[in-house]
Design a protein around this ligand. Structure first.
Ligand code: NAD
Length: 256
């Protein structure tokens, strides 16, 4: 059976865990080869590393140790896709989530948030774009924003500022790279059950979280698979006329 991404290669930052890992699984199911670019190979949530899972599905995959705040390591991750024919899809997914009262935020915390969530996406997109332009090929760049990049939120000022920057960066790149056949879109997940929302900033699984969940029109938290299906759409030819879009995957919590 032919897959929607047969013969394509995707580089996924933060691909070892959570949403990125599920995007990788979904892409592999549809025939894509993978470069998993992450600080670690082991999934934060436990289980089999994505590279092994993907290989068992019959595609090629490799892990590249990559801190997205390091532009040389990002470039190396994109270059690793050459082994499989070159990058076609770049998913700038790696990110961190922290909450703190605005007046207590320290400069180092602000810098860390911007380094990972904004600089990492900016130079990840740049590395992929340079490669695609050099090779004269079309491609799809997908940047992971958040519903926090659409609306403000008390206690999450650095995160919201970083994800808002990803949104406008994506629109700008859609304009600049569109004429070259490189589509750039952003995804805005709502609250998705991963280590990020159960461990780093515990929302899911808490009493306050359960109350909040009732305000989500679809009445449940998101799963990484919900986001992965959107990322598949944006990577595939199904979205060949979609460029500069903000795909909100949040069960209706933002606009309903
Ligand atoms: P996660 O913590 O489960 O996974 C994140 C992965 O990114 C991990 O494997 C981690 O090692 C990696 N990573 C972190 N810093 C990195 C760095 N400097 N360089 C390379 N890799 C790095 O998180 P998740 O929930 O899967 O989140 C993925 C993306 O989705 C993030 O950008 C996050 O902001 C965004 N997002 C998540 C949610 C949610 O509710 N979980 C909602 C909206 C947006």
């Amino acid at each position: 059976m032919s897959g929607m991404l047969d013969g394509k290669t995707a580089v996924i930052t933060g691909g070892a865990s959570g949403i990125g890992r599920q995007i990788g699984r979904r892409y592999a199911e549809e025939g894509a080869n993978l470069v998993v670019a992450d600080l670690q190979n082991e999934p934060r949530e436990g289980g089999t590393p994505l590279v092994e899972e993907a290989e068992s599905m019959g595609v090629s995959a490799t892990y590249v140790e990559c801190d997205v705040t390091n532009t040389a390591q990002l470039q190396a991750a994109v270059d690793a896709a050459d082994e499989f024919g070159g990058v076609d899809v770049m998913v700038n997914n790696a990110g961190i989530f922290r909450g703190k009262e605005f007046t207590a935020v320290e400069e180092s915390e602000f810098d860390q948030m911007m380094d990972v969530n904004v600089k990492g996406v900016f130079f990840g997109a740049q590395a992929a774009a340079k490669k695609l332009l050099e090779d004269g090929r079309e491609g799809s760049i997908i940047n992971m924003s958040s519903v926090a990049g659409l609306t403000g939120s008390a206690q999450y000022t650095t995160y919201c500022a970083s994800k808002g920057a990803v949104r406008l960066l994506s629109y700008s790149l859609a304009s600049e790279l569109g004429p070259e056949g490189i589509r750039v879109n952003a995804i805005h997940p709502g609250l998705i059950e991963t280590e990020m929302t159960t461990e780093d900033v515990p929302i899911i699984g808490t009493e306050g979280g359960d109350q909040y969940k009732q305000s989500i029109p679809l009445g449940r938290w998101g799963e990484p698979a919900d986001v992965a299906d959107g990322a598949l759409f944006l990577a595939s030819d199904l979205s060949s006329y979609v460029n500069g879009e903000s795909l909100v995957i949040d069960g209706g919590m933002t606009y309903a």
